[in-house]
Design a protein around this ligand. Structure first.
Ligand SMILES: [Cu+2]
Length: 195
């Protein structure tokens, strides 16, 4: 099953690479952000599922991503799931025991579905953890026919190299790196795009 999805995506992405090198599969507009900052996550969807139009985007928020707020989208129905935190945190002197764990957008009708050849963005914001390191957003892309489960993460580190269906990576940089204006990660340079 995994193999067939990978092959499907390979075919889809080969086309994507020719047409729009920087906008294949699902990736973040801004791939690096400083620890502890407020971050606007713009998920860019570059293709559907083996040619089929996208009807749903479900984003699982990584631990440490706080207070997520989705941007509503015309034609799409929003849903938000909360989860009990393993460790409650403090917010303005009050304990926070639950937080948003999943945000999803579903096409409200056939007309709203994102055609395979088109491009769109799904946006949410939240506060980043105070510690630097990779944050992986697992994204389930559902389509009129089939789905792409962008959920693979490496055993360690932040390289998606060799992963067939990588989760979406945000590099959280330390205070030093933030001051030194980090280079945007080139995870989706034409040569690097592989499934
Ligand atoms: Cu792709």
């Amino acid at each position: 099953m995994k193999t067939s999805i990978a092959l499907q995506c390979m075919a889809a992405c080969a086309l994507g690479v020719l047409a729009l090198p920087a906008f294949s599969h699902v990736s973040l507009e801004t791939k690096t952000a400083p620890a502890g900052s407020s971050y606007k996550a713009v998920f860019q969807v570059g293709h559907g599922c083996q040619g089929s139009a996208t009807t749903g985007i479900r984003v699982q928020l990584p631990a440490g991503f706080q207070g997520a707020q989705p941007y509503p989208k015309a034609g799409w129905t929003l849903a938000v799931q909360q989860e009990k935190l393993a460790t409650p945190r403090d917010s303005h002197g009050k304990p926070v025991t639950h937080d948003v764990s999943v945000v999803s957008w579903a096409a409200a009708g056939k007309d709203a579905a994102l055609q395979n050849a088109h491009f769109d963005e799904f946006t949410l914001r939240g506060k980043l953890p105070e510690t630097a390191g990779p944050l992986w957003f697992k994204v389930l892309q559902t389509c009129e026919s089939g789905s792409n489960d962008w959920s693979e993460t490496p055993a360690s580190g932040s390289s998606a190299k060799g992963l067939k269906s990588p989760a979406v990576l945000l590099e959280v940089s330390g205070p030093d790196a933030a001051a030194a204006a980090p280079m945007p990660a080139m995870a989706h340079a034409p040569g690097a795009h592989q499934h």
